[in-house]
Design a protein around this ligand. Structure first.
Ligand code: AMP
Length: 380
């Protein structure tokens, strides 16, 4: 099946071809026609399933017949849990709006940065991608009006609820018109998500997609038995020996992330750390430079493990194992995305061996554990 049978305009079909999207992913096959028909949709799907394009494309398709906007009255609102996801979703909109004959302005807004530039840039915005707290601030300052919203998207609704945005979400829902199209995407169908479904969605089309993120088949996994004190040299040894590039390294704390990145730099390997203690600007910039290959190694905490899509990321290293098996799958799910194979490398200290067995049992997959004590790590 190709995109042509889904009801998208020739402009969008051309943009899809330019992006080398040759076939719709399963969620796109189901969601695009339903959204074009203005139905509500409940999509149970994670990042990596192609869910962003599954709503971006039909929303843009439907937007073309809309009448001009009143100033600061946006038409489409996409609520997301994090700044990183806001930027990523805005990028997908921009990829496809650039192919449209008329200008459609999309903007991402989020907290942690100055509000004034966001207020000033709001003029003429049709599509707003927002984190809940900052959206409320902007609405309260009359920088944006939500009274003409035509389509609401809740992306990663479960994560928004986990992050404690329930009150903000309710407050935003109360500002929106009753009659609108509602699209709810969530990785899991928790009771809280189900409650939103009940109050917000009108006879939704329900789409459930098994995510690639849980499909560890695509990912080559290997583990090294290594003492804690030898993890740094082992990381540098592997990076140098196999000339690894675009390596995402997970550690358990911000402090550790800085330490590991510093050590790599001192050994001539370009590395940067990013975590919750860094400024928002620094986090975005590091991720952008890493994605475009300008940073060889990005060392991070579980901050980046969920929700962020990095295309063609070849290597993920668990320098320290995560606490839960679920987090392990999320972390290694950064690689092996969008049909490109990846490698997940775990460093397992004697103290972590039992925990690693639990992870493998939960994952229902055995990972080869290689003894690293014979490696010649001199000079690493
Ligand atoms: P998402 O789940 O929206 O984060 O998308 C995961 C990745 O798949 C992104 O890098 C998209 O660019 C890519 N992608 C989405 N749909 C398609 C498609 N039909 N063909 C090829 N790549 C796609």
């Amino acid at each position: 099946m190709s995109f042509t049978s889904l009801g998208l305009s020739p402009f969008l079909l051309k943009a899809l071809a330019n992006e080398n999207y040759s076939q719709p992913y399963p969620i796109q096959k189901e969601a695009i026609p339903a959204i074009i028909k203005k139905k509500d949709v409940l999509g149970i799907a994670k990042t990596g399933s192609g869910k962003t394009a599954s709503y971006v494309l039909p929303i843009l398709n439907n937007l073309k017949s809309n009448k001009p906007l009143k100033n600061r009255h946006v038409k489409v609102l996409v609520l997301v849990p994090t700044r990183e996801l806001a930027i990523q979703v805005e990028e997908v909109f921009n990829t496809f709006t650039s192919a449209l004959p008329e200008r459609v302005k999309t903007m991402a807004i989020f907290g942690g940065v100055s509000i004034n530039p966001q207020m000033m840039a709001m003029n003429g915005v049709s599509i707003l991608v927002a984190t809940p707290g900052r959206l409320i601030e902007l609405e309260e300052s009359n920088a944006v009006s939500l009274s003409d919203i035509d389509t609401l998207v809740l992306d990663e609704a479960d994560k928004m609820l986990n992050l404690g945005f329930k009150e903000e979400m309710d407050c935003i829902f109360a500002l929106l018109p009753k009659k609108k199209q509602n699209l709810l995407f969530s990785a899991t169908l928790s009771q809280d998500v189900e409650n939103i479904n009940q109050v917000l969605l009108n006879q939704p089309e329900i789409i459930r997609i098994e995510s690639k993120e849980d499909d560890t088949e695509l990912i080559d996994q290997i583990a090294y038995a290594v003492a804690d004190s030898r993890k740094g040299p082992l990381l540098r040894y592997l990076i140098k020996k196999d000339n690894l590039k675009q390596v995402l390294v997970f550690v358990s704390s911000a402090f550790k992330a800085d330490g590991v990145a510093n050590k790599l730099c001192r050994n001539g390997i370009h590395a940067v750390s990013t975590h919750g203690k860094k400024s928002m600007n620094s986090r975005t910039e590091s991720l952008r430079r890493f994605k475009t290959g300008k940073i060889r190694v990005l060392v991070t905490t579980d901050l980046l493990a969920r929700g962020i899509d990095i295309e063609f990321l070849p290597y993920v290293v668990n320098y320290e194992l995560p606490r839960s098996p679920k987090d392990y799958v999320h972390r290694i799910g950064r690689t092996g995305r969008a049909e490109s194979p990846g490698e997940a490398i775990s460093f397992v200290s004697p103290d972590e061996e039992h925990h690693f067995k639990v992870i493998q049992k939960k994952m229902k997959k055995e990972v080869k554990l290689v003894d690293s004590s014979d490696f010649d790590m001199q000079g690493c």
